[in-house]
Design a protein around this ligand. Structure first.
Ligand SMILES: [Zn+2]
Length: 138
């Protein structure tokens, strides 16, 4: 996939800056609670499992399985008009049951997509220099 010119880009919300900085290094990271060791997404000041405020940013493999997806055929933003059809995918990451990340799936015939298919992360560059996560079939 080529760079995304003039497509809306992410603006980090509370606590998400380390995630986007890691994307620029082509690494997937998420917060891991230092008390119960659970990973969480989205970033949050407190653990969603035990309410601890102690966490580290942990590197993840970037591997997972498709839990669901949709093929977008109607552009919901003018910048997406040249990109349709494209695939929005929800990936359950291999590190933890229920840990899911929404992204795009690239390089795949839409009819070949299946539930539970193995995927791996890749990174593409936005025109503004920020790298964005995408997935491909493994
Ligand atoms: Zn916890």
């Amino acid at each position: 996939m080529n760079d995304i010119v003039d497509f809306p880009y992410p603006v980090p919300e509370y606590g998400a800056e380390p995630f986007w900085q890691a994307c620029n290094d082509e690494q997937l990271v998420m917060q891991r609670c230092e008390l119960c060791s659970k990973l969480r997404w989205q970033p949050a000041p407190l653990c969603t499992f035990c309410a601890s405020d102690q966490y580290v940013w942990a590197p993840l493999s970037g591997r997972g399985r498709i839990s669901t997806w949709t093929v977008v055929t109607h552009p919901v933003h003018p910048a997406a008009a040249a990109r349709v059809p494209y695939v929005v995918v929800e990936v359950e990451l291999e590190e933890q049951r229920g840990l899911r990340l929404i992204s795009n799936l690239q390089g795949t015939d839409h009819d070949a997509i299946e539930f539970d298919a193995a995927v791996e992360i890749a990174f593409i560059s936005h025109a503004n220099g920020q790298k964005l996560h995408v997935f491909s079939l493994a």
